[in-house]
Design a protein around this ligand. Structure first.
Ligand code: PHE
Ligand code: ZN
Length: 880
């Protein structure tokens, strides 16, 4: 905490949780929609909670923010409670044990640019209530452990709002005076307020249906703006596959006759699992071959599944309090990962999941924002929708799956669904289901939820030629994180196998006496030794197979051993890992000046792998060299000060060396992996395009190489966005008049499609070769783009901050631009501004001059008048 910033906002603590004093039996809401003055009438039946904490008294506290209270009554008697900026309190002494509260409030959706509560996006009303947005709609106990049934009547103009939607099932509809109409909705499933949703506007739907395993006919509707109806097929297809998969893999059926998805332009996050009415950022619904890339298609599949899966893991079983967020998010991410692994290639998915985990979550864990998967305090809960809660939370569930095995995992989840359906739960409830079904004591394992930081696993091997014994000595240590100096040992599933010196798989006898290709060791102590027998010669260990735990591994494989693993390991994850290890070693040597050239071992190994062939998607990953951010992180992990220019030089040298050694194979890969004919988003076709475009990307680094000709041809001929965007990106990196002409042509063609404009924006500022700051400033000055839209802002300012070389320009100009933009956004949309500000979380890696400039830039964000609670919390934690 800086001396001049005494806490301006108070922290909420897990340890201070108490059950609600009042429960809600039912809610009825009426919305009279109007952009400037929407009236919300509520009728809420309250009853004293028999299980309340006695010390809490019986006052009723209702949350409410940005509301104008018009009238209120208790059992028909008018009351005039005092309200403040947080809500109102009714004295328990005046309240019967059960009563009906009625209130009317007024809100102004058209002024709501924070996109929380009820707002208007492109003429369409919509809501976002997670985590604490419902309190911006009406007075209510806005906490997830208060669950109730909702009846909602929506009234609006028939002309501007022909469609009126809310959660649950359709009820009565009818006409009203003055060109208005109404629709009533009823949701029979009790839910917390954060799952409430309302949508109204001029929307069109595409329809389909799904029959559940027990025969219920479910109407499926995807609602979009007129003109977008032809971009919903993939989302609909993904939805039906998700529903089927959840029945087969988890025995979970859908529970209402209607399931709706709505796509909105202005949305802070990816999507939201509101009961029966999921609301999505358009970028995660709309796709056509001409406008969406393979990566967009894969993201749609995964997020449609994620939100659908929340119906059981999140909605029917919800969180007791927001500290338990990982209960629904970690579990649901693991479920959507399993789904995507089943739909596509599990190996390829796993490699991508881990790359994402390392790039975002390990980064978070290594910096000032580190926090446990289940945090213990927060100022603003919106700041805890993090990679740690989501992605590490999913890894924790995956480790449980590994430890107990798939069958017991399924039994544990079955028990969870039976025991806790309809409840608001904790991580302890979840863990108890695993203890009950597996007879395991998970006391130590539970530390994964409470202890922050990424454990370091150091492994050393000894081989005794006389006995054929191979000993692995494994040491674990988790570094200190903010507020957690001392760490305890964790319970870690650690999957290992062995290869012979010539690359054959060796099935050794493990510590349990069983002979296996892969042994899952369970680490529990700070240091322990595991014995394997049956290898006459020293084997090459293949460690942490499949990335069986979210840890950083330290083992002194030689480069030759890495090349052996790259070529021969039966574990696909570790083949990719060997490639990454060789690449990082080479890049570090260049960045630190220890070497001037890249050792040929990796370029040669990749050229060989490419000529041998195999799954193109996997080969594309082998060929994807670490980015500058990853190289920088690896240097920081060795305790070195990061020099961004040296990192850029290392990255360029690495790609150039690979492109030089594998030039012919890369050109062949570009030709051989064309996907002529109609576009199909399936994994095999996408894998070919990935290999082709990865090859093109590497060839860009060859001066006077073939990339310019290949990219121009590809750009001119492309009939899908994957190939078009990759070609354009290559041209932009190569620069010159051809690049500008291609950018202009692309913009002229797509300027009316905001999601394609996003790609056009990001591409120009995210590549290190261009003067990204100058471009970012010129683009930001355009007034044909609404910069308050989170997708637009992120595509420009977020993409700029991901440009390691340019963001970290030595003169601080990148920091200044970025900070100025975040400060501006904070005045409009604090939630998104705070999230953006986290880009500064690596500031301590750099030299003192850059640190000072970053601290000054952060200070300016913090010191601007009216700095939001969201951004205040993030920046003050960043500054430490
Ligand atoms: N609960 C959403 C999800 O993970 C994310 C979200 C959080 C969306 C907060 C909006 C606001 O699916
Ligand atoms: Zn989620």
């Amino acid at each position: 905490m800086r001396p001049d910033t005494a806490p301006r906002h108070t922290a909420i603590r897990l340890a201070e949780y108490t059950p609600p004093v009042w429960l809600v039996e039912s809610v009825a809401l009426t919305f009279a929609l109007d952009p400037a003055a929407t009236r919300v009438s509520s009728e809420i039946v309250f009853a004293l909670n028999p299980d309340r904490a006695a010390a809490d008294g019986t006052d009723l506290v209702l949350d409410g923010e940005m509301l104008t209270l018009v009238s209120a009554s208790i059992d028909g008697e008018a009351v005039t409670p005092a309200v403040d900026s947080k809500g109102l309190r009714l004295s328990g002494e005046t309240l019967p044990e059960r009563f009906t509260w009625r209130a009317e409030v007024e809100i102004a959706p058209e002024e709501n640019k924070a996109l929380e509560g009820l707002y208007i996006s492109n003429g369409m009303y919509c809501t976002q209530c997670e985590a604490e947005g419902f309190r911006k709609i009406t007075y209510f106990p806005d906490r997830p452990d208060v669950m109730t049934t909702y009846t909602v009547r929506v009234e609006g103009d028939r002309a501007t709002c022909p469609v009126l939607l809310s959660n649950g099932e359709r009820g009565e509809t009818g006409e009203l005076p003055d060109g208005r109409h109404f629709a009533v909705w009823h949701d029979p499933h009790p839910k917390p307020a954060y799952l409430f949703a309302l949508v109204a506007g001029d929307l069109k739907k595409i329809d389909d249906r799904f029959v559940t395993a027990s025969g219920m006919d479910v109407a499926l509707e995807i609602w979009v703006r007129p003109g977008d109806e032809d971009k919903c097929d993939y989302a609909m297809d993904s939805l039906k596959r998700s529903m089927k998969w959840d029945e087969e893999a988890y025995g979970r059926e859908y529970d209402l006759p209607l399931f709706m998805v709505v796509a909105v332009d202005d949305f802070n996050m990816g999507a939201m699992e509101n009961k029966g009415l999921n609301i999505f950022n358009t970028r995660l619904v709309l796709a056509s071959p001409e406008t969406a890339t393979d990566a967009n298609y894969a993201a749609i599949e995964s997020v449609i599944a994620h939100e659908y899966f929340h119906n059981w893991t999140g909605n029917r079983i919800t969180c007791r309090d927001w500290f338990q967020l990982c209960l629904k998010e970690g579990l649901t991410v693991f479920r959507d990962q399993q789904f995507s692994e089943d739909m596509r290639s599990a190996d390829v998915l796993r490699i991508k999941e881990v790359a994402n985990l390392r790039g975002r979550q390990f980064r978070e864990d290594a910096g000032p924002l580190a926090h446990p998967v289940r945090p213990e305090e927060y100022i603003e809960i919106n700041n805890f929708y993090t990679a740690t809660v989501y992605e590490k939370g999913a890894e924790v569930v995956r480790m449980l799956h590994t430890l107990v095995g798939p069958q017991t995992y399924r039994e544990a989840l079955d028990l969870y669904f039976v025991r806790h359906d309809g409840q608001a739960c904790t991580i302890e409830d979840f863990a108890a289901c695993f203890e009950a079904t597996s007879d395991r004591d998970l006391t130590q394992f539970r530390r994964w939820w409470s202890q922050a930081g990424t454990p370091r696993i150091r492994v050393r091997m000894a081989h005794d030629a006389a006995t054929g014994e191979t000993a692995l000595t494994v040491t674990q240590k988790t570094p200190a994180t903010p507020g957690q100096a001392d760490k305890e040992p964790l319970h870690i599933p650690f999957a290992v196998g062995f290869l012979s010196a010539s690359g054959e798989a060796l099935a050794l006898d493990g510590p349990d006496g069983e002979r296996r290709d892969t042994h899952v060791l369970e680490l529990t102590r700070p240091s322990e030794t595991f014995l394997f027998t049956g290898a006459p010669e020293a084997p090459v260990p293949s460690l942490l197979r499949g990335f069986s735990a979210p840890v950083i591994l330290d083992y002194p494989h030689t480069d030759a051993e890495k090349a052996l693993l790259l070529a021969h390991d039966s574990d696909a994850f570790n083949r990719a890992e060997a490639s990454r290890g060789l690449a990082l070693t080479a890049a570090q040597a260049i960045a630190t000046g220890e070497a001037d050239t890249v050792d040929p071992i990796l370029p040669d190994a990749l050229a060989t792998a490419l000529s041998r062939g195999g799954d193109p998607a996997f080969l594309a990953l082998l060929l994807t060299t670490p980015g500058q951010e990853e190289i920088a992180a690896s240097l920081a992990a060795q305790g070195r000060t990061v020099d961004p220019d040296a990192v850029y030089a290392a990255k360029t040298a690495l790609d150039t060396a690979i492109a030089t050694a594998a030039k012919d194979a890369l050109i062949a890969a570009w030709h051989d992996n064309a996907t002529p004919g109609p576009y199909s988003p399936d994994a095999a076709s996408a894998g070919k395009r990935a290999l082709k475009n990865t090859a093109l990307g590497l060839l860009v680094s060859l001066p006077d190489g073939p990339a310019r000709a290949l990219a121009s041809a590809q750009f001119d001929e492309a009939r899908n966005m994957t190939d078009s965007a990759a070609a354009l990106m290559a041209l932009v990196r190569l620069g010159g008049p051809a690049a500008q002409a291609a950018l202009d042509a692309f913009h002229a063609r797509w300027k009316h499609d905001p999601l394609v404009v996003d790609k056009w924006l990001a591409m120009q500022v995210a590549v290190p070769e261009v003067d990204a700051l100058e471009r970012a400033k010129a683009l930001r000055a355009r007034d044909d783009i609404d910069w308050r839209n989170p997708n637009r802002f992120r595509s420009l300012v977020g993409a700029f901050a991901s440009n390691h070389r340019r963001f970290h320009a030595a003169d601080g100009s990148g920091y200044d631009f970025f900070a100025e933009q975040v400060a501006w956004l904070d005045g409009v949309n604090p939630q998104t501004a705070a999230r953006m500000a986290t880009a500064f979380d690596t500031w301590s890696r750099y030299d003192e001059a850059r640190r000072e400039k970053m601290r000054a830039a952060m200070g300016r964000i913090l010191d601007q008048p009216g700095c939001s609670r969201d951004t205040y919390e993030i920046v003050s934690r960043l500054l430490g």
